[in-house]
Design a protein around this ligand. Structure first.
Ligand SMILES: Cc1cc2nc3c(=O)[nH]c(=O)nc-3n(C[C@H](O)[C@H](O)[C@H](O)COP(=O)(O)OP(=O)(O)OC[C@H]3O[C@@H](n4cnc5c(N)ncnc54)[C@H](O)[C@@H]3O)c2cc1C
Length: 414
Protein backbone atom coordinates (compact mmCIF):
# COMPACT_ATOMS: atom_id res chain seq x y z
CA UNK A 1 0.00 0.00 0.00
CA UNK A 2 1.32 3.45 -0.97
CA UNK A 3 0.64 6.41 1.31
CA UNK A 4 1.28 10.08 0.55
CA UNK A 5 1.95 12.36 3.51
CA UNK A 6 1.52 16.05 2.72
CA UNK A 7 3.82 18.27 4.78
CA UNK A 8 7.04 17.41 6.63
CA UNK A 9 6.36 19.10 9.96
CA UNK A 10 6.26 17.17 13.25
CA UNK A 11 2.87 15.66 12.36
CA UNK A 12 3.70 14.44 8.87
CA UNK A 13 7.11 13.11 9.84
CA UNK A 14 5.80 11.25 12.88
CA UNK A 15 2.97 9.63 10.90
CA UNK A 16 5.35 8.71 8.07
CA UNK A 17 7.85 7.16 10.46
CA UNK A 18 5.20 5.10 12.27
CA UNK A 19 3.76 3.87 8.98
CA UNK A 20 7.13 3.07 7.49
CA UNK A 21 7.93 0.99 10.60
CA UNK A 22 4.76 -1.01 9.84
CA UNK A 23 6.04 -1.72 6.34
CA UNK A 24 4.03 0.80 4.32
CA UNK A 25 5.48 2.56 1.29
CA UNK A 26 5.35 6.22 2.39
CA UNK A 27 6.27 9.38 0.47
CA UNK A 28 6.37 12.78 2.22
CA UNK A 29 5.79 15.89 0.09
CA UNK A 30 7.18 19.14 1.51
CA UNK A 31 7.00 22.59 -0.04
CA UNK A 32 10.10 23.93 1.73
CA UNK A 33 13.67 22.83 1.08
CA UNK A 34 13.97 21.63 4.68
CA UNK A 35 11.85 19.43 6.97
CA UNK A 36 10.40 20.68 10.27
CA UNK A 37 7.56 23.06 9.42
CA UNK A 38 6.99 25.30 12.44
CA UNK A 39 9.58 23.31 14.40
CA UNK A 40 12.62 24.26 12.32
CA UNK A 41 15.94 25.68 13.47
CA UNK A 42 18.47 27.87 11.75
CA UNK A 43 22.11 28.75 12.41
CA UNK A 44 23.21 32.33 11.66
CA UNK A 45 26.64 33.75 12.57
CA UNK A 46 27.09 31.13 15.29
CA UNK A 47 23.61 31.70 16.77
CA UNK A 48 21.17 28.76 16.75
CA UNK A 49 17.46 29.56 16.91
CA UNK A 50 14.01 28.34 16.00
CA UNK A 51 12.75 30.99 13.56
CA UNK A 52 9.07 30.18 14.13
CA UNK A 53 9.38 30.59 17.91
CA UNK A 54 11.52 28.65 20.41
CA UNK A 55 10.26 25.04 20.50
CA UNK A 56 10.65 23.21 23.80
CA UNK A 57 9.60 19.60 24.23
CA UNK A 58 7.54 18.07 27.00
CA UNK A 59 4.57 15.75 27.21
CA UNK A 60 2.23 14.23 29.74
CA UNK A 61 2.07 11.16 27.51
CA UNK A 62 4.85 8.73 28.50
CA UNK A 63 4.62 6.87 25.16
CA UNK A 64 5.48 10.09 23.35
CA UNK A 65 8.32 10.93 25.74
CA UNK A 66 9.75 7.41 25.35
CA UNK A 67 9.44 7.54 21.57
CA UNK A 68 11.20 10.91 21.30
CA UNK A 69 14.01 9.78 23.62
CA UNK A 70 14.37 6.54 21.65
CA UNK A 71 15.17 8.67 18.59
CA UNK A 72 17.23 11.36 20.31
CA UNK A 73 18.46 9.93 23.62
CA UNK A 74 18.06 11.95 26.80
CA UNK A 75 21.75 12.83 27.13
CA UNK A 76 21.34 15.02 24.01
CA UNK A 77 18.82 17.27 25.74
CA UNK A 78 19.01 20.05 28.32
CA UNK A 79 16.45 19.58 31.10
CA UNK A 80 14.84 22.78 32.41
CA UNK A 81 12.56 23.93 35.15
CA UNK A 82 10.80 26.83 33.53
CA UNK A 83 11.91 30.28 34.58
CA UNK A 84 9.38 32.52 32.86
CA UNK A 85 8.83 36.14 33.88
CA UNK A 86 6.45 38.98 33.17
CA UNK A 87 7.76 42.49 32.68
CA UNK A 88 5.30 44.52 34.74
CA UNK A 89 6.29 48.20 34.67
CA UNK A 90 10.02 47.87 35.23
CA UNK A 91 9.66 44.85 37.56
CA UNK A 92 10.13 41.18 36.71
CA UNK A 93 7.19 39.19 38.11
CA UNK A 94 7.19 35.39 38.09
CA UNK A 95 4.87 33.55 35.73
CA UNK A 96 1.98 32.92 36.13
CA UNK A 97 0.95 36.39 37.22
CA UNK A 98 -2.05 35.20 39.26
CA UNK A 99 0.13 33.03 41.51
CA UNK A 100 2.80 35.71 41.93
CA UNK A 101 0.75 38.56 43.35
CA UNK A 102 3.00 38.68 46.41
CA UNK A 103 5.70 40.08 44.10
CA UNK A 104 3.56 43.13 43.17
CA UNK A 105 3.44 46.47 44.97
CA UNK A 106 1.09 46.11 48.01
CA UNK A 107 -1.78 48.14 46.49
CA UNK A 108 -1.71 46.16 43.24
CA UNK A 109 -1.49 42.89 45.17
CA UNK A 110 -4.45 43.87 47.35
CA UNK A 111 -6.67 44.87 44.39
CA UNK A 112 -5.81 41.74 42.44
CA UNK A 113 -6.30 39.39 45.40
CA UNK A 114 -9.57 40.96 46.50
CA UNK A 115 -11.03 40.95 42.97
CA UNK A 116 -9.93 37.36 42.43
CA UNK A 117 -11.62 36.20 45.64
CA UNK A 118 -14.82 37.99 44.54
CA UNK A 119 -14.60 36.62 40.99
CA UNK A 120 -16.50 33.77 39.32
CA UNK A 121 -19.91 35.01 40.49
CA UNK A 122 -22.98 34.77 38.27
CA UNK A 123 -23.24 33.11 34.90
CA UNK A 124 -20.00 32.21 33.15
CA UNK A 125 -19.64 34.50 30.11
CA UNK A 126 -19.10 32.92 26.70
CA UNK A 127 -16.88 35.59 25.20
CA UNK A 128 -13.19 35.60 26.05
CA UNK A 129 -12.90 39.24 27.17
CA UNK A 130 -15.71 39.01 29.71
CA UNK A 131 -14.60 35.54 30.72
CA UNK A 132 -11.11 36.79 31.64
CA UNK A 133 -12.65 39.42 33.95
CA UNK A 134 -15.20 36.93 35.32
CA UNK A 135 -12.58 34.27 35.98
CA UNK A 136 -9.63 36.30 37.32
CA UNK A 137 -11.38 39.44 38.60
CA UNK A 138 -10.92 42.97 37.26
CA UNK A 139 -7.58 43.54 39.06
CA UNK A 140 -5.66 40.77 37.32
CA UNK A 141 -7.62 41.13 34.07
CA UNK A 142 -6.90 44.83 33.64
CA UNK A 143 -3.26 44.70 34.72
CA UNK A 144 -2.21 41.60 32.81
CA UNK A 145 -4.74 39.26 31.16
CA UNK A 146 -6.49 41.76 28.90
CA UNK A 147 -3.45 43.69 27.63
CA UNK A 148 -1.44 40.51 27.08
CA UNK A 149 -4.24 38.64 25.32
CA UNK A 150 -5.00 41.64 23.07
CA UNK A 151 -1.40 41.44 21.85
CA UNK A 152 -1.03 37.68 21.43
CA UNK A 153 -4.32 37.28 19.52
CA UNK A 154 -4.55 40.64 17.74
CA UNK A 155 -8.23 39.80 17.40
CA UNK A 156 -11.20 41.27 19.31
CA UNK A 157 -11.36 39.24 22.53
CA UNK A 158 -15.11 39.78 22.75
CA UNK A 159 -15.45 37.84 19.47
CA UNK A 160 -13.56 34.82 20.77
CA UNK A 161 -15.11 31.82 22.49
CA UNK A 162 -13.83 30.44 25.79
CA UNK A 163 -13.65 26.66 25.78
CA UNK A 164 -10.38 26.34 23.89
CA UNK A 165 -8.02 27.36 26.68
CA UNK A 166 -8.82 24.56 29.12
CA UNK A 167 -5.49 22.92 29.96
CA UNK A 168 -3.57 25.63 28.06
CA UNK A 169 -3.93 28.46 30.53
CA UNK A 170 -3.10 27.85 34.19
CA UNK A 171 -6.31 28.21 36.15
CA UNK A 172 -5.56 28.22 39.89
CA UNK A 173 -8.22 27.70 42.52
CA UNK A 174 -8.87 30.49 45.03
CA UNK A 175 -7.20 28.37 47.69
CA UNK A 176 -4.02 27.97 45.61
CA UNK A 177 -3.98 31.67 44.95
CA UNK A 178 -4.44 32.63 48.59
CA UNK A 179 -1.77 30.17 49.59
CA UNK A 180 0.70 31.70 47.16
CA UNK A 181 -0.03 35.22 48.48
CA UNK A 182 0.04 34.35 52.18
CA UNK A 183 2.93 31.89 52.16
CA UNK A 184 4.81 33.40 49.22
CA UNK A 185 5.02 29.82 48.07
CA UNK A 186 5.28 28.97 44.39
CA UNK A 187 4.90 25.19 44.90
CA UNK A 188 1.38 25.23 43.41
CA UNK A 189 2.75 26.34 40.05
CA UNK A 190 2.26 22.96 38.48
CA UNK A 191 1.28 23.97 34.99
CA UNK A 192 1.75 22.80 31.43
CA UNK A 193 5.40 23.33 30.45
CA UNK A 194 6.71 23.85 34.00
CA UNK A 195 9.55 21.49 33.12
CA UNK A 196 10.79 20.77 29.62
CA UNK A 197 13.63 19.63 27.39
CA UNK A 198 15.55 21.31 24.59
CA UNK A 199 18.29 19.75 22.41
CA UNK A 200 21.79 20.81 23.45
CA UNK A 201 22.98 21.22 19.86
CA UNK A 202 21.29 22.23 16.62
CA UNK A 203 18.01 23.52 18.05
CA UNK A 204 14.73 21.60 17.81
CA UNK A 205 15.79 20.66 14.26
CA UNK A 206 17.98 17.95 15.82
CA UNK A 207 14.84 16.14 16.99
CA UNK A 208 13.14 16.73 13.64
CA UNK A 209 16.10 15.32 11.70
CA UNK A 210 16.05 12.16 13.82
CA UNK A 211 12.36 11.64 13.14
CA UNK A 212 12.95 12.24 9.42
CA UNK A 213 15.90 9.84 9.18
CA UNK A 214 15.38 7.18 6.51
CA UNK A 215 12.10 8.59 5.16
CA UNK A 216 11.37 9.21 1.48
CA UNK A 217 11.18 13.01 1.64
CA UNK A 218 10.36 15.09 -1.42
CA UNK A 219 11.71 18.42 -0.23
CA UNK A 220 11.00 21.55 -2.27
CA UNK A 221 8.05 19.70 -3.82
CA UNK A 222 4.82 21.59 -3.07
CA UNK A 223 1.54 19.78 -3.48
CA UNK A 224 -0.46 21.72 -6.05
CA UNK A 225 -2.98 19.13 -7.13
CA UNK A 226 -4.79 16.27 -5.39
CA UNK A 227 -7.22 14.30 -7.55
CA UNK A 228 -9.27 11.15 -7.12
CA UNK A 229 -8.73 8.71 -9.99
CA UNK A 230 -9.72 5.04 -10.12
CA UNK A 231 -10.04 4.69 -6.34
CA UNK A 232 -6.56 6.12 -5.82
CA UNK A 233 -5.18 9.60 -5.10
CA UNK A 234 -3.10 11.31 -7.76
CA UNK A 235 -0.64 13.84 -6.30
CA UNK A 236 0.56 16.64 -8.62
CA UNK A 237 -0.86 14.66 -11.54
CA UNK A 238 2.06 12.25 -11.37
CA UNK A 239 2.08 9.59 -8.73
CA UNK A 240 -0.88 7.53 -7.44
CA UNK A 241 -1.40 6.58 -3.78
CA UNK A 242 -3.88 4.37 -1.93
CA UNK A 243 -4.23 6.85 0.93
CA UNK A 244 -3.37 10.47 1.78
CA UNK A 245 -2.53 12.04 5.15
CA UNK A 246 -2.67 15.81 4.85
CA UNK A 247 -0.94 18.00 7.43
CA UNK A 248 -0.82 21.16 5.31
CA UNK A 249 -2.92 24.13 6.48
CA UNK A 250 -6.56 23.86 5.35
CA UNK A 251 -6.42 27.03 3.19
CA UNK A 252 -3.45 25.48 1.31
CA UNK A 253 -5.36 22.22 0.94
CA UNK A 254 -8.38 24.01 -0.50
CA UNK A 255 -6.11 25.50 -3.18
CA UNK A 256 -4.79 22.08 -4.22
CA UNK A 257 -8.00 20.02 -4.05
CA UNK A 258 -11.38 20.47 -5.67
CA UNK A 259 -13.83 20.99 -2.82
CA UNK A 260 -17.50 22.03 -2.71
CA UNK A 261 -17.92 25.85 -2.72
CA UNK A 262 -19.52 25.72 0.73
CA UNK A 263 -16.44 23.96 2.19
CA UNK A 264 -14.07 26.41 0.51
CA UNK A 265 -16.08 29.29 1.94
CA UNK A 266 -16.04 27.74 5.40
CA UNK A 267 -12.28 27.18 5.27
CA UNK A 268 -11.83 30.80 4.18
CA UNK A 269 -13.77 31.86 7.29
CA UNK A 270 -11.40 30.05 9.70
CA UNK A 271 -9.35 32.56 11.68
CA UNK A 272 -5.63 32.50 12.42
CA UNK A 273 -2.88 35.00 13.10
CA UNK A 274 0.69 35.46 11.86
CA UNK A 275 3.95 36.19 13.60
CA UNK A 276 7.31 37.84 12.99
CA UNK A 277 10.23 36.56 15.08
CA UNK A 278 13.35 38.71 15.40
CA UNK A 279 16.53 37.19 16.80
CA UNK A 280 18.92 39.59 18.55
CA UNK A 281 22.09 39.29 20.56
CA UNK A 282 21.63 40.41 24.16
CA UNK A 283 23.14 40.04 27.61
CA UNK A 284 23.06 36.46 28.98
CA UNK A 285 20.10 35.58 31.17
CA UNK A 286 18.56 32.50 32.79
CA UNK A 287 15.01 33.66 31.94
CA UNK A 288 13.41 31.26 29.45
CA UNK A 289 10.57 33.58 28.35
CA UNK A 290 9.71 37.14 29.16
CA UNK A 291 6.08 38.16 28.64
CA UNK A 292 5.43 41.83 27.93
CA UNK A 293 1.79 42.86 28.47
CA UNK A 294 2.59 46.61 28.24
CA UNK A 295 0.63 47.98 25.27
CA UNK A 296 3.31 50.56 24.51
CA UNK A 297 5.43 47.80 22.95
CA UNK A 298 4.49 45.75 19.88
CA UNK A 299 6.21 42.59 21.09
CA UNK A 300 4.31 40.34 23.48
CA UNK A 301 7.08 37.86 24.28
CA UNK A 302 10.81 37.33 24.16
CA UNK A 303 12.11 33.79 24.01
CA UNK A 304 15.68 33.67 25.30
CA UNK A 305 17.12 31.00 23.06
CA UNK A 306 20.49 31.05 24.85
CA UNK A 307 18.72 30.16 28.12
CA UNK A 308 17.52 26.92 26.49
CA UNK A 309 21.03 25.73 25.74
CA UNK A 310 24.45 27.35 26.19
CA UNK A 311 25.29 26.23 22.63
CA UNK A 312 22.68 28.62 21.16
CA UNK A 313 25.00 31.63 21.14
CA UNK A 314 28.74 32.27 20.79
CA UNK A 315 30.58 32.07 24.11
CA UNK A 316 30.02 35.05 26.37
CA UNK A 317 26.92 36.29 24.54
CA UNK A 318 23.20 35.67 24.88
CA UNK A 319 20.36 35.64 22.37
CA UNK A 320 16.68 36.45 22.51
CA UNK A 321 13.97 36.37 19.87
CA UNK A 322 11.13 38.81 20.27
CA UNK A 323 7.79 38.03 18.66
CA UNK A 324 5.27 40.36 17.04
CA UNK A 325 1.82 39.21 16.02
CA UNK A 326 0.19 40.56 12.88
CA UNK A 327 1.12 41.29 9.28
CA UNK A 328 4.70 40.64 8.17
CA UNK A 329 6.76 43.10 10.23
CA UNK A 330 9.23 45.09 8.20
CA UNK A 331 12.44 44.44 10.08
CA UNK A 332 15.51 46.59 9.62
CA UNK A 333 17.92 48.03 12.08
CA UNK A 334 15.88 51.21 12.43
CA UNK A 335 12.95 49.47 14.10
CA UNK A 336 15.01 48.71 17.16
CA UNK A 337 15.69 52.35 17.80
CA UNK A 338 11.94 52.97 17.77
CA UNK A 339 10.57 52.97 21.27
CA UNK A 340 7.35 51.11 20.48
CA UNK A 341 8.78 47.68 19.55
CA UNK A 342 10.64 46.31 22.54
CA UNK A 343 11.75 47.97 25.80
CA UNK A 344 15.14 49.60 25.31
CA UNK A 345 16.34 48.46 28.72
CA UNK A 346 16.36 44.83 27.52
CA UNK A 347 19.33 45.57 25.24
CA UNK A 348 18.03 43.65 22.22
CA UNK A 349 19.83 45.92 19.79
CA UNK A 350 21.76 43.84 17.31
CA UNK A 351 19.42 42.04 14.89
CA UNK A 352 20.88 38.72 13.77
CA UNK A 353 18.02 37.23 11.79
CA UNK A 354 14.27 37.27 11.45
CA UNK A 355 11.43 35.20 10.03
CA UNK A 356 7.76 35.54 9.21
CA UNK A 357 5.30 32.75 10.10
CA UNK A 358 2.05 32.99 8.21
CA UNK A 359 0.14 30.34 10.18
CA UNK A 360 1.07 30.84 13.83
CA UNK A 361 -1.97 30.54 16.14
CA UNK A 362 -5.47 29.23 15.46
CA UNK A 363 -8.05 31.76 16.67
CA UNK A 364 -11.15 30.40 18.33
CA UNK A 365 -13.65 32.94 17.08
CA UNK A 366 -17.41 32.64 17.59
CA UNK A 367 -17.82 30.57 14.39
CA UNK A 368 -14.97 28.20 15.23
CA UNK A 369 -17.04 25.20 16.32
CA UNK A 370 -19.65 25.39 13.56
CA UNK A 371 -17.01 25.94 10.86
CA UNK A 372 -14.60 23.22 11.96
CA UNK A 373 -17.46 20.71 12.36
CA UNK A 374 -18.64 21.41 8.83
CA UNK A 375 -15.14 20.92 7.39
CA UNK A 376 -14.35 17.76 9.39
CA UNK A 377 -17.75 16.19 8.65
CA UNK A 378 -17.01 16.69 4.97
CA UNK A 379 -13.51 15.15 5.13
CA UNK A 380 -14.73 12.23 7.27
CA UNK A 381 -16.70 11.10 4.22
CA UNK A 382 -13.77 11.43 1.78
CA UNK A 383 -12.34 7.94 1.24
CA UNK A 384 -8.78 7.12 2.37
CA UNK A 385 -8.08 10.77 3.22
CA UNK A 386 -6.92 11.80 6.71
CA UNK A 387 -6.42 15.23 8.24
CA UNK A 388 -3.65 15.58 10.80
CA UNK A 389 -1.71 18.45 12.44
CA UNK A 390 -2.07 21.93 13.86
CA UNK A 391 -3.50 23.78 10.86
CA UNK A 392 -5.06 20.75 9.21
CA UNK A 393 -7.24 20.01 12.23
CA UNK A 394 -7.32 23.75 13.03
CA UNK A 395 -6.44 23.32 16.67
CA UNK A 396 -4.05 24.78 19.23
CA UNK A 397 -1.74 21.78 19.39
CA UNK A 398 1.82 21.54 20.54
CA UNK A 399 4.36 19.10 19.10
CA UNK A 400 3.59 16.32 21.56
CA UNK A 401 -0.13 16.49 20.77
CA UNK A 402 0.68 16.41 17.06
CA UNK A 403 2.82 13.31 17.65
CA UNK A 404 0.03 11.69 19.65
CA UNK A 405 -2.47 12.37 16.86
CA UNK A 406 0.02 11.01 14.31
CA UNK A 407 0.31 7.78 16.36
CA UNK A 408 -3.49 7.51 16.25
CA UNK A 409 -3.74 8.17 12.51
CA UNK A 410 -0.99 5.60 11.83
CA UNK A 411 -2.85 3.09 14.00
CA UNK A 412 -5.83 3.32 11.61
CA UNK A 413 -3.70 1.49 9.02
CA UNK A 414 -3.47 -2.21 9.76
C1 LIG B 1 5.29 30.71 18.06
C2 LIG B 1 5.07 29.24 18.30
C3 LIG B 1 5.74 28.63 19.35
C4 LIG B 1 5.54 27.27 19.59
N1 LIG B 1 6.21 26.69 20.61
C5 LIG B 1 6.06 25.38 20.86
C6 LIG B 1 6.78 24.75 21.89
O1 LIG B 1 7.59 25.38 22.57
N2 LIG B 1 6.59 23.41 22.10
C7 LIG B 1 5.70 22.67 21.34
O2 LIG B 1 5.56 21.46 21.58
N3 LIG B 1 5.00 23.25 20.35
C8 LIG B 1 5.16 24.57 20.08
N4 LIG B 1 4.46 25.17 19.05
C9 LIG B 1 3.51 24.34 18.28
C10 LIG B 1 4.25 23.54 17.20
O3 LIG B 1 4.89 24.41 16.31
C11 LIG B 1 3.24 22.71 16.40
O4 LIG B 1 2.49 21.90 17.27
C12 LIG B 1 3.87 21.76 15.40
O5 LIG B 1 5.10 22.22 14.93
C13 LIG B 1 2.88 21.59 14.25
O6 LIG B 1 3.39 20.65 13.34
P1 LIG B 1 2.54 20.24 12.06
O7 LIG B 1 3.33 19.23 11.35
O8 LIG B 1 1.16 19.90 12.47
O9 LIG B 1 2.40 21.58 11.19
P2 LIG B 1 3.52 22.42 10.44
O10 LIG B 1 4.73 22.46 11.23
O11 LIG B 1 2.83 23.71 10.07
O12 LIG B 1 3.79 21.56 9.14
C14 LIG B 1 3.06 21.66 7.95
C15 LIG B 1 4.04 21.48 6.80
O13 LIG B 1 3.32 21.51 5.57
C16 LIG B 1 4.11 22.19 4.62
N5 LIG B 1 3.25 22.64 3.51
C17 LIG B 1 2.35 23.65 3.50
N6 LIG B 1 1.75 23.72 2.31
C18 LIG B 1 2.28 22.73 1.55
C19 LIG B 1 2.06 22.28 0.22
N7 LIG B 1 1.16 22.87 -0.59
N8 LIG B 1 2.77 21.22 -0.23
C20 LIG B 1 3.68 20.60 0.57
N9 LIG B 1 3.93 20.99 1.83
C21 LIG B 1 3.23 22.04 2.32
C22 LIG B 1 4.74 23.32 5.43
O14 LIG B 1 5.87 23.85 4.76
C23 LIG B 1 5.10 22.59 6.73
O15 LIG B 1 6.37 22.03 6.67
C24 LIG B 1 4.64 26.51 18.77
C25 LIG B 1 3.98 27.15 17.70
C26 LIG B 1 4.19 28.49 17.47
C27 LIG B 1 3.49 29.15 16.32
Amino acid sequence: MKIAVLGAGVSGLTAARRLKAKGYDVTVYEREGKAGGLAKSRIVDGYVYDPHGGHIFNSKNQDIVDWVFSLLPKENWQFHVRNAKILFGDKYISYPFELSLCELEPDDALDCTYDFLMAQQGEEPNNYRDWLIWNFGAGIAQRYMLPYNRKIWAYPLEEMETKWMQGKMPLPTKREMLRSVLLKDPSERKMPHSTFYYPTYGGIQTMIDRIAQGLDLRLGDPVTSIQRAEKRWLINGEEAFDAVISTIPLPELSRAMELPCEINRTIADLKYNSLTTVLCSCPQTDISWLYIPDKRYKTHRIGYQSALTPAAAPEGTGSGAFEIIGERFDVDRKILSKQDVVPDALNLHEVIDWEFTQYAYVIHDKNYRVNTKKVFDYFDAVPSFHLLGRFSTWNYKNMDMCMQDAFEVAARFE
